[in-house]
Write a protein that binds this ligand. Structure first.
Ligand code: NAD
Length: 368
């Protein structure tokens, strides 16, 4: 592994970078604990063959900002096991359990599921060291993708931001890219709040209906294993045309970098809620701002999952998780919009400042 850490870090972190090796088990892993001023750090454990220290550091910083912006009593960290997640169930269990034992004393870090790991992996971690989030229900876990924790938060962010964009949510029209855990639930919660879903895509195609897609029937269709474009309650469309669809709110809930300087001029929506992580490039976000399209950044809008994980960690119930998501995302979207107006900043910059000011306040209470 190439070790390049001289360009990493600033006045808030990272506080620890750990390289773990256990040749007997074939384990190689990286842990970055970025900042713990707000409390022990929550952050995912991923499994990928080509993880770098820099990548884990950047993801750990994203968690520091996300957890602080969400107002959670948790700092940010991230970890990665350098291995193929398709290495086989037995091998995976050995790697994850060995990893867990090696971070037993690192009590300032609470792992959660991420790419290549799942709730079963978190159960192994918990079994080894007594701490993890994103657990199976049998161990007190809250099934966040099933209940739609993140999608619910996305809908709350849309509700708060809509008036700011000159939209009345009830009667508004929205389009969603991606119909998985985030997109499906966000759509459902928005329809329940009186909005109309006019177009949606998944990895295989897209569908539209000017009069509104029947959300319950579409969810059933998708659950039965069919792609959205084969749904009979609408007209198929080219996935690339989704960006330019006539609507008020556009929700990316699939891949990173889908809104770029090459397509953002096609957007007709006045509000973009970032359900996916980094769905727009920096330039695209700037261009949207110049055109008066309001953007609610990912780490504000899609924090429902980590808020749910924090409630789970503190022994809360599913209904407590939902009410905490509503309360926190409502307040944080509102504060982001206020700061953005007052300080004349992009909403993302305003949200980053909000997170930094919370971290710096928390750091002032810690021993130097
Ligand atoms: P998922 O795998 O459940 O669903 C992804 C959906 O996107 C699927 O419907 C897939 O078909 C679709 N998709 C993939 N490529 C596409 C493309 N090119 N065009 C259109 N659709 C495409 O994933 P998810 O959990 O819903 O996560 C979606 C995004 O939200 C990711 O960026 C993820 O990092 C982010 N996110 C998820 C959570 C969470 O709690 N699940 C929390 C925060 C952020």
């Amino acid at each position: 592994m190439e070790i390049e850490i001289h360009n990493i870090g600033d006045n808030i972190g990272p506080r620890k970078i750990l390289l773990l090796r256990q040749p007997g088990a074939g384990l190689e892993a990286i842990v970055v604990v970025d900042n713990i001023a707000c409390g022990p750090a929550i952050g995912g454990l991923r499994m990928e063959p080509d993880i770098t220290i820099e990548e884990i550091y950047r993801l750990s910083r994203a968690m520091t900002l996300k957890n602080a912006a969400a107002g959670l009593p948790h700092g940010g960290a991230k970890s990665g096991i350098i291995a193929d997640p398709a290495c086989g169930h037995k091998k995976k269990e050995i790697l994850v359990r060995t990893f867990a034992r090696m971070i037993r004393e690192l009590t300032e870090y609470i792992p959660g599921p991420d790419m290549g790991t799942n709730e079963e992996c978190m159960a192994w971690v918990k079994d080894e060291i007594g701490r993890a989030v994103g657990l199976p229900e049998a161990l007190g876990g809250i099934p966040l993708d099933e209940i739609g924790a993140t999608g619910f938060g996305v809908a709350v962010a849309a509700e708060v931001a809509a008036p700011e964009a000159g939209i009345s949510l009830k009667g508004s029209r929205f389009a969603v890219q991606g119909f998985g855990a985030v997109g499906r639930h966000a759509s459902n919660f928005l329809v329940k709040r009186g909005a109309t879903l006019v177009a949606v895509s998944d990895s295989q195609g897209a569908i539209q209906n000017r009069n509104g897609l029947d959300i319950e029937a579409l969810i059933k269709h998708k659950k039965e294993g069919f792609p959205v474009h084969t749904f009979t309650g609408g007209q198929t469309m080219d996935s690339d045309e989704l960006v330019g669809i006539e609507c008020d709110i556009w929700i990316p809930a699939a891949r990173p970098d889908v809104l770029t300087e090459n397509n953002v001029d096609q957007l007709k929506a006045r509000l973009v809620i970032h359900g996916a992580n980094i769905p727009a490039t920096e330039t695209a976000e700037q261009l949207m701002h110049e055109r008066g399209i309001l953007n609610i950044p990912d780490f504000i809008a899609n924090a429902g999952g980590v808020i749910c994980a924090s409630v789970e960690y503190h022994g809360g119930s599913q209904s407590q998780a939902m009410s905490t998501i509503e309360e926190k995302i409502r307040a944080n979207t509102f504060e982001t919009l206020e700061r953005s107006k007052k300080e004349n900043l992009l909403p993302r910059e305003a949200a980053v400042r909000m997170a930094y000011s919370r971290i710096e306040k928390a750091m002032a209470y810690r021993r130097a």
